[in-house]
Write a protein that binds this ligand. Structure first.
Ligand code: ATP
Ligand code: FE
Length: 422
């Protein structure tokens, strides 16, 4: 069957049209996973927020209004010439068998543009509608890859239970997924996101000509050397002690950065809390650079690079610390073997290296790390199509009276009866 999906929760207006073929022997507990998916159309328009420091809600809203319907029209028209999997007659006009749309969480007015358009399409085509939880869709993205035709088969298929680490400019989250509608947020940032921290660090460490978007990527390129064989030289030893006993590592320049929520500062309780924090680290970096660039001192490129490496090391070890804390927590019976790392920051090779090393050192070398391509980690309608398909295959469907949900807890989903609840 053919699925049209819409995503408008933030500043990306995204539409996808896919064909999904059920497997004849679909697994009972994860029916959607065994089918195969062909992407027919997938296109995203991003609101132009250049004039603002962040995302301006009204600019994004206007962009959705201006772009969504024309985009749907264009993509539907393109599909008409493609052979259909159903018995649909091309001369009857475009065909759609299911409409999936982001229902929340996100900005309510922005969500409404997508949701109302989706309802109209579901009515017009007389097909089911499915309202998708945006974060659930992020968590399921790695499974989409294994269902996709013509995709590298080396990809790991994460089966429940698996952990997801979502690291972007706006999110830092550790999620435990034990079933299609059972996703628990284990840790979230209590202040800024990891990507935001790296962006802010890059702004003060890099020179204007080095500062190219994405800033986190520019910081990474600035920090490390590649040898002649193309290997990155990290010169990194993962701490073998418990992460909550981590200390500062003084550098040859006489300064050091302290790990967030360190025991030395907030006591043992703080170092074992399942939260992330990146504001303190960001502020230390900003202060250090300020003092270094004052008239009295010199701040050489080598010292800058050392600082760039240190902020990444500390931030990534902090990220790993909560994963390890969860894996080693008493009474935790997590039986999974995969951790999916997604979001813009997941493209950082040093992050991948640090996570791997820290898992290995602490006895978790059997756990696989999976990194979906970054294009699918950022907001996109393909993941909405996929989450919608998995839900639909599991028997879920939304009523036409649903409204957008600006707040929609992932943890509450199952208790409230999944997608039909709230
Ligand atoms: P969200 O989707 O949570 O609202 P976002 O739009 O910022 O946030 P992404 O595009 O997934 O989402 O992430 C962008 C972030 O990823 C930026 O902070 C950027 O600096 C960071 N980033 C991109 N490439 C790298 C890299 N190689 N190393 C570190 N950070 C990176
Ligand atoms: Fe998102």
């Amino acid at each position: 069957y053919r699925v049209l999906a819409i995503e408008t929760s933030c500043d990306d207006t995204s539409v996808a049209i896919v064909d999904y073929k059920r497997a004849s022997n679909a697994a009972k507990n994860e029916p959607g996973l065994t089918g195969s998916l062909r992407v027919l159309q997938h296109s995203t328009v991003t609101a132009n927020n250049d004039a603002y420091a962040g995302i301006h809600p009204l600019v994004a809203l206007h962009s959705h209004r201006a772009n969504l319907a024309p985009l749907v029209k264009k993509l539907l028209a393109k599909c008409e010439t493609l052979p259909s999997h159903s018995n649909h007659n091309v001369s009857d006009g475009p065909s759609i068998d299911l409409v999936a749309v982001t229902r929340g969480p996100g900005m309510r007015s922005n969500l409404s543009v997508g949701l109302d358009t989706a309802k109209g399409l579901a009515l017009a085509f007389n097909v089911p509608l499915i309202g998708v939880h945006h974060m659930q869709a992020h968590a399921l993205t790695s499974r989409l890859l294994s269902a996709m035709e013509n995709v590298d088969t080396q990809q790991i298929t994460p089966r429940f239970p698996f952990l997801s680490v979502l690291v972007s400019g706006g999110h830092t989250m550790l999620i435990d997924s034990t079933g299609l509608t059972e996703h628990k947020i284990l840790a979230e940032t209590q202040d800024i996101a990891l990507g935001d921290c790296l962006d802010k660090a890059a702004r003060v460490i890099l020179t204007p000509d080095q500062l190219k978007a994405p800033y986190g990527g520019a910081l990474e390129r600035f920090s490390f050397d590649q040898d002649s064989a193309g290997h990155w030289n990290y010169n990194y030893a993962a701490p073998s002690r418990r992460q909550d006993e981590l200390e500062r590592r003084p550098t040859e320049w006489g300064w050091s950065l302290s790990p967030p929520l360190a025991e030395s500062k907030g006591g043992e309780k703080s170092s074992r809390r399942m939260v992330y924090s990146f504001t303190g680290l960001t502020t230390s970096v900003e202060r250090l650079v300020k003092s270094k660039t004052s008239a009295a001192s010199t701040f050489t490129t080598e010292e800058r690079r050392c600082l760039a490496r240190e902020v990444q090391r500390i931030a990534f070890e902090h990220l790993a610390s909560r994963i390890l804390l969860y894996l080693s927590s008493s009474g935790n019976d997590w039986k999974g073997d995969t951790i999916v790392v997604s979001g813009g920051v997941a493209s950082n090779r040093f992050l991948r290296y640090v996570l791997r090393k820290m898992l290995d050192v602490r006895g978790y070398s059997h756990i696989e790390l999976s990194f979906p391509p970054v294009s699918l980690c950022t907001d996109n309608a393909l993941m909405i199509a996929w989450a919608g398909i998995e839900m639909y295959e599991a028997g879920f469907q939304s009523n036409l009276d649903i409204g957008p949900l600006n707040k929609w807890s992932m943890d509450r989903r199952a208790a409230d009866g999944g997608i039909l609840g709230v």
